[in-house]
Design a protein around this ligand. Structure first.
Ligand code: SAM
Length: 231
């Protein structure tokens, strides 16, 4: 499968600490990374949500929910529905619970600790599923996509969104030139899956999704991409 193979020489130091805390935020550094992601991923999250077309009564799932910022946004869109957030990091689950305490109290949001490879939800439970800035890290991406497919209702839709991809502009922005390409290369050496839109779509196809497509913003960050598919 494209992008599933890993890795060359591992890099170390502060960069490695950052990368480990993107993969599974833990302890004080993880909590700090969670807060940073809340700021860094806000624009990307809004963009992803525009493509996901969430309606007021929808049941929505956010995979790898991190600090719960997307859950908060999705809960506003699905005001008469329900939003579940799932993350394997206890540190992120605590942050997401704190951020969404009011909606959890009203029964509109629930946050759980769990792995995308074994989702703790019934078959066909959700109208929409989002996965923002998390797909790079899934140990078995096809297993995660199969689980997303299982818990999606017929006619439901999935959006897998990333801010670092092979869709980055062929005429690089200043950020991409000064910082991005190096970061992307190091991330890839550390085993992150850096994919093109077409590669992402091919994986959704293998997992059984239909009407698959992708949209990209090559000049945003390190190449925003959002792959969409329905069941
Ligand atoms: C870079 S953070 C992005 C968090 C959030 N979606 C955002 O955009 O701010 C990646 C998140 O995915 C979670 N994650 C990674 N692999 C996972 C897995 N196999 N199962 C569940 N969560 C996972 C991490 O714990 C982390 O919170």
């Amino acid at each position: 499968m494209p992008g599933t193979k890993s890795t060359g020489t591992k890099t170390r130091g502060p960069y490695r600490l950052l990368q480990e805390n993107f993969r599974r935020p833990a302890g004080a550094p993880g909590a700090l990374v969670g807060h940073l992601m809340t700021v860094q991923h806000r624009g990307l999250t809004r963009w992803s949500a525009e493509h996901l077309d969430v309606r007021r009564t929808h049941q929505v799932l956010d995979l790898g929910c991190g600090s719960g910022m997307a859950v908060e946004l999705l809960a506003r869109q699905a005001g008469l529905g329900f939003v579940a957030g799932l993350d394997h990091s206890p540190t992120m689950v605590r942050q997401a619970v704190r951020r969404n305490a009011g909606a959890i109290g009203r029964g509109q949001v629930a946050i759980r600790q769990g792995d995308v490879g074994q989702l703790p939800y019934e078959d066909e439970a959700f109208d929409r599923i989002s996965a923002i800035e998390t797909f790079y890290f899934w140990p078995d991406p096809l297993r995660g996509l199969a689980e997303a497919y299982r818990v999606l209702k017929p006619g439901g839709q999935l959006a897998v969104t990333l801010e670092m991809s092979r869709e980055a502009s062929s005429v690089p922005t200043l950020t991409q030139l000064l910082f991005g390409r190096r970061f992307s290369k190091r991330s890839e050496r550390d085993g992150l899956r850096i994919l093109s839109g077409a590669e992402l779509v091919a994986m959704l196809d293998v997992a059984g999704f239909k009407d698959t497509r992708f949209v990209a913003e090559p000049r945003r960050s390190l190449g925003w991409v959002c792959a969409l598919g329905s069941k």
